[in-house]
Design a binder for this molecule. Structure first.
Ligand SMILES: Cc1cc2nc3c(=O)[nH]c(=O)nc-3n(C[C@H](O)[C@H](O)[C@H](O)COP(=O)(O)OP(=O)(O)OC[C@H]3O[C@@H](n4cnc5c(N)ncnc54)[C@H](O)[C@@H]3O)c2cc1C
Length: 465
């Protein structure tokens, strides 16, 4: 069959996360000759789910803490990275709907809020001025035009700061003193999909992504970190860390913002100021995911999220409407400073910071979290004894080719900076990846997918004119 687009050179895609896989898929469907270079030993990037492979081989690394003798108990997907589908009609939402994969709407759950050392539902907090100040800020967030931090824009009392941080800032990638209020607001305004928050019920996001892009996954060259890209001549020369060279006519770079900013890939000539300056306007801070199983659900089986923690800014009730057998799992997501503090703990002891936080909020029985947490068992002289809490966690800061969570606008960043970050260089270098999304979904899986569409459209245009 004749190629749909007449282009004799190859196109290289750097990185095999959601953006790289989708970009390669689009270009291959147009008949282009595409190859994908991925630094790590797997495709998927920041989409990574606990899988049966983890149970059979102990894949634990410095970033990935778990014990394959004690896998998570839930009969629902356990996500180590991206987990919530933002928007039923978003790019990710559509992929999942087309595949008819069942989802759970977290809007049907009852959220709980920690404030002043106490826990209550929204109706329980009704009339509390601090609670109302945070919720009012969130309900009018998208109209905020203050190019100051979320903390400064909201101006809530110290009692409400953790609640503000967890609901209005952690969600966008870092703490409220760093994330720009107008930066996030501008992106929320641009979003074209609904505001539903969903989880997948039975299939993991990793399986969904890899099966959707199965044709590309088979072609990805793993364990190939790109060290330099020389685009000074007609043909672009890409060199990996072992000195192996690859040639292409055009390149799509989808590496995380940290990797780009830290200069893991050297460019000849250097990237223009447009792109380099734009990169400095965004942050990408540590990210930590922890999955903790308990012997009973002491926070409420109908709970969706528990907001307002300090070490755990976001607790999600992992089994909500997803389990038939076991609904006693908390999924903790921290970005920025709390993630850094969890990351600094040796080995698996980060779980103690989380258990202590929960103990102070649920103090019965000397601390419900420490009382009910699932523990490892050793048999001494025939007597089984419980030892350490069981935890599965992923420290994205320690993942060598990711080194953080998601990109977010620093104070001073504008929408034009997102556009500049993804601007192609000389019709040769194209940029995709969540940080370069300009449709309001940066920092999400849908943002990564949208960016692939934008970059490939741009690339095809550079060929067809
Ligand atoms: C803890 C956590 C929770 C999240 N929660 C959500 C959520 O609930 N919902 C949501 O929608 N999104 C969420 N996200 C964000 C979402 O996971 C990302 O936005 C998305 O997966 C990013 O895709 P990407 O393709 O842009 O980048 P990545 O998935 O990071 O892919 C980039 C790839 O480039 C590779 N690479 C790096 N350096 C090199 C190099 N030198 N050479 C070759 N390859 C290289 C990396 O190994 C990686 O595979 C979360 C992220 C984290 C970390």
């Amino acid at each position: 069959m004749a190629p749909k687009i007449n282009y004799k050179d190859s196109v290289a895609v750097i990185g095999a996360g959601a953006a790289g896989l989708y970009a390669a898929d689009i270009l291959m469907a147009q008949g282009l000759n595409v190859f994908v270079l991925e630094a790590s030993s797997r495709s998927g990037g920041r989409i990574r789910s606990f899988s049966s492979n983890d149970i059979t081989n102990n894949n634990a690394t410095a970033a990935y803490i778990y014990d394959n003798n004690y896998p998570p108990l839930g009969d629902f997907p356990v996500e180590l990275g991206g987990d919530i589908v933002y928007g039923s009609d978003s790019a990710l939402g559509k992929i999942i709907s087309v595949l008819s994969i069942p989802m759970v709407d977290l809007g049907g759950a009852t959220d709980e809020f920690f404030l002043g050392g106490q826990v209550n539902t929204a109706s329980g907090w009704q009339g509390d001025a601090d609670f109302n100040a945070v919720e009012n800020f969130i309900s009018t967030f998208s109209s905020n035009t203050n190019n100051v931090s979320i903390q400064a824009a909201a101006g809530v009392t110290p009692r409400a700061q953790n609640l503000l941080n967890s609901q209005a800032s952690n969600l966008y990638g870092s703490t409220y003193d760093l994330v720009s209020a107008s930066g996030v607001a501008g992106e929320l305004l641009l979003r074209k999909h609904d505001t539903k928050r969903l989880t997948v019920k039975t299939n993991t996001l990793q399986d969904i992504l890899l099966s959707r892009f199965n044709n590309v996954v088979n072609k990805v060259k793993l364990n190939t970190p790109v060290a330099s890209i020389d685009y000074s001549g007609d043909s672009i020369v890409i060199t990996d860390i072992n000195g192996k060279q690859y040639q292409a006519g055009k390149v799509i770079i989808t590496v995380p913002l940290t990797v780009l900013k830290d200069g893991d890939i050297s460019f000849n000539p250097p990237l223009p100021a447009t792109n380099a300056t734009a990169a400095s306007k965004f942050g990408m801070d540590p990210a930590f995911r922890m999955i903790v199983d308990f012997k009973t659900n002491f926070w409420g089986s109908n709970s969706g999220f528990l907001w307002g923690g300090s070490f755990g800014p976001q607790y999600m009730n992992g089994g909500f409407n997803r389990t038939t057998t076991y609904n006693s799992t908390l999924v903790i997501t921290a970005f920025g400073q709390p993630a850094k503090q969890l990351s600094m703990q040796p080995g698996s002891t980060a779980v103690n910071l989380i258990l202590n936080e929960l103990n102070s909020l649920y103090p019965d029985r000397g601390g419900m979290a420490s009382y009910w947490v699932r523990k490892k068992v050793v048999v001494t002289n025939g007597v089984p004894q419980e030892t350490d809490p069981i935890v599965t966690s992923y420290d994205w800061f320690k993942e060598p080719f990711i080194r953080g969570g998601i990109s977010y606008p620093l104070v001073g960043a504008t929408h034009q900076d997102r556009i500049n970050l993804g601007t192609n260089v000389n019709g040769k270098l194209f940029f995709a990846g969540e940080a370069t999304d300009t449709s309001g979904d940066a920092g999400t899986i849908s943002g990564a997918l949208n960016s692939a569409e934008r970059a490939t459209t741009d690339l095809i245009k550079s060929i067809t004119g």
